[in-house]
Design a protein around this ligand. Structure first.
Ligand code: ADP
Length: 424
């Protein structure tokens, strides 16, 4: 404000001097006009000086000036300095971000609107085999695995894809895609080869041990049956012991069979054919009822004649596991309903019992291997804790889902939901 006042003061003094001079020589208006023109010419000159200084990048110190112009130069200079400082800070942050993402062991790729690569870190070069010249290319043109392309098109932030690394077949990757801006995505690939190897070793171990246990168990069972047949003069204690040994051997055999089945489900490719569901359900229900040695308490409703493209042996195993559980975990007289029906784009198999039910907390856990709810009851009911793990595996191999709803004390409903793609 002070500079502005000084400029005004100067102009006022000049006008006053012109007025004084005109009282001697006259022509006040001419003098005023000359003063105004001089003033405008000076301002135009100073404006041009400013424009040149700005054009040169305002790098050097600003030209010497005074009054309002000095103030304008000073403010521009100050803003420029602050801007430079902010720019430095920003580039330091970007630098740090670059360094940290470069040091990340996971591959990180920034994808644009059309899945074109905008940026990637060093790990992406090794893990995904990306090269500098790939920037701007669409990623599906570089990683062509169909599973990856399908995953990329969906861009579901919740799901994770496991694939072999494009640059190295021996490396297994878990890929996640995160949306971080309206049209930009971050692809993160994590090397899980080590975990996969441990998982494979665990599977191999269980597989081998199950195979190795099979033969001794069969021999043991055979001898026990022979001994039981020669039971005549045995003491009650020995008879009871033989029965218990036989019973426990059978349990172990079931366990080994279930473990082998699970190992096969995890490793072997299924042979798929048309499965006649009505026939299959009829057989399972009859066999399961026969196990109970009571009047049948299973009611079967086949309301749809849709059949499924899948593996009969696996589906038989999954369906009978659920039906046998329904019989096992419900009172002896209660009815079990088995219903096959279509709803919308899917076909359902609902197995409903009026049994003890499962608590909400346990529902997500009962499909885990060896999980058996209610420890007390474990001793009363035979089981391996592997049945529902088998069901879950079989259904996922058929692109189907298992939905469990239950009311404690009232009963449960296990729904197997098959998508339209499996209809036949
Ligand atoms: P298992 O029956 O051999 O124990 P499963 O994997 O088949 O093993 O089942 C796991 C657990 O889920 C069972 O121990 C049982 O507690 C519970 N469960 C399964 N089906 C039912 C059912 N229809 N009603 C109540 N609980 C059930």
């Amino acid at each position: 404000m002070a500079f502005w006042n000084r400029d005004l003061l100067l102009l006022t003094i000049t006008i006053i001097l012109a007025a004084v001079a005109s009282s001697f020589i006259g022509h006040f208006l001419y003098l005023l006009l000359i003063i105004c023109i001089a003033f405008i010419v000076r301002q135009a000159f100073l404006l041009k000086q400013l424009e040149q200084w700005l054009k040169s990048g305002a790098k050097s110190n600003y030209p010497a000036s005074n009054g309002l112009w000095e103030e304008i130069y000073y403010h521009i200079f100050r803003l420029k300095k602050a801007n430079k400082k902010r720019k430095k800070q920003l580039s330091r942050i970007i630098d740090q971000f670059r360094k940290s993402t470069a040091a990340l062991p996971d591959a990180v790729v920034v994808l644009g609107d059309h899945d074109e690569i905008s940026w990637f870190n060093n790990a992406a070069k090794q893990i995904l085999g990306l090269k500098k010249r790939d920037r701007g290319q669409r990623i599906p043109n570089l990683i062509r695995a169909p599973a990856f392309i399908e995953f990329l098109n969906k861009k579901d932030a919740e799901s994770i894809l496991s694939i072999k690394a494009p640059a190295n077949e021996n490396v297994t990757l878990q890929i996640k895609i995160v949306n971080f801006d309206q049209n930009a995505h971050l692809l993160v690939a994590h090397d899980v080869t080590f975990l996969k190897n441990i998982e494979r070793m665990r599977k191999d171990f269980v597989d081998n041990i199950s195979h190795e246990l099979r033969t001794p168990l069969t021999v043991l069972k055979g001898y026990l049956e022979t001994l039981e047949d020669m039971d005549d003069d045995h003491s009650p204690l020995l008879t009871h012991s033989l029965q218990q040994m036989h019973h426990q051997t059978l349990r172990m055999q079931h366990l080994v069979d279930d473990l082998l089945l699970l190992a096969n489900l995890e490793t072997k490719k299924a042979q798929n054919n048309r499965v006649e569901i009505k026939l299959l359900l009829n057989q399972i229900c009859q066999e399961s009822s026969a196990l109970e040695q009571l009047n049948s308490r299973i009611e079967l409703f086949v309301d749809s004649d849709i059949n499924i493209y899948g593996n009969e042996q696996e589906l038989r195993s999954a369906f009978s596991n659920i039906i046998i559980n329904a019989l096992k975990y419900s009172p002896e007289e209660s009815i079990i309903t088995v219903q096959w029906y279509q709803s919308g784009q899917a076909v359902f198999l609902d197995i409903t019992d009026l049994g003890e039910g499962i608590s909400e907390l346990e529902i997500p856990r009962i499909t885990e291997r060896f999980y058996r709810s209610n420890i007390q009851r474990q001793h009363e009911k035979n089981g391996t804790g592997l049945g529902l793990a088998i069901v879950k595996h079989v259904l996922s191999r058929h692109n189907a889902q298992l939905k469990i709803t239950s009311d404690l004390g009232k009963g449960s409903c296990f729904s197997c939901i098959f998508p339209k793609t499996r209809f036949c």
